[in-house]
Design a protein around this ligand. Structure first.
Ligand code: GRF
Length: 198
């Protein structure tokens, strides 16, 4: 049997789930050797759950902050997860957790890191600052996760011109398109790197 690359998605709060759904669709439509094993949510009323249901991805509720990492580690080993994909996950993972997980963790950030990252820099906050600064460019960055917010090694970044855009909302719209373009491709590349070696 062909070896597969097992991935798990992490989100928190009332996650919208557009990246999650976009990645899952890309995997299924292209018949990639990647299995989206499960999605973790921290709130039962998160809109992303509907997206998990309609794409037949198992979702698991882990609401308890205290046991979150231990429960997650058990799931990661039970489902033999090779890669964790953060998709709107707002918590910081501890260095103990990062050391215990025998795989890689990636995140996507809606700006050109190392600019506009760090604590409190998420969602529309990022785009408002980019707009107020009259930046000529923005984009999206996929990076490995370490114990600091938005700080791990950059895997891929795509830059777009935004000088002509008239609001933070317009920037958000353009950047999200870029996120949807690059995140699945980075995951595909990591999968083939892993499968080539194993
Ligand atoms: C995205 O903008 C991503 O860059 C950030 O969280 C947001 C999640 O959006 N990490 P969605 O839930 O994927 O639509």
């Amino acid at each position: 049997m062909q070896k597969k690359f097992n991935i798990a998605f992490l989100t928190s709060g009332k996650s919208r789930g557009s990246n999650f759904e976009n990645v899952v669709k890309y995997i299924f439509e292209n018949h990639l050797p990647i299995i989206p094993k499960f999605l973790v949510v921290t709130k039962i009323d998160a809109p992303i759950i509907q997206k998990a249901k309609r794409n037949n991805v198992k979702y698991i509720l882990l609401p308890n902050k205290k046991n979150f990492e231990n429960e997650l580690l058990n799931l990661l080993s039970k489902y033999e997860i090779n890669l964790i994909v953060l998709a709107g996950f707002m918590r910081k993972l501890s260095s103990e957790f990062l050391q215990s997980f025998n795989g890689k963790i990636i995140n996507i950030h809606p700006a050109l890191l190392p600019k506009h990252g760090g604590k409190g820099m998420y969602g529309m906050r990022v785009h408002k600052i980019v707009f107020e600064n009259r930046e000529k460019f923005s984009g999206a960055t996929v990076h490995f996760v370490n114990e600091k917010y938005d700080d791990g090694k950059i895997l891929f970044q795509k830059k777009i011109s935004i000088g002509h855009l008239k609001s933070p909302e317009e920037i958000a719209h353009s950047v999200l398109k870029i996120e949807h373009e690059i995140y699945p491709k980075v995951i595909e590349k990591l999968a083939y790197q892993f499968l080539g070696k194993n």
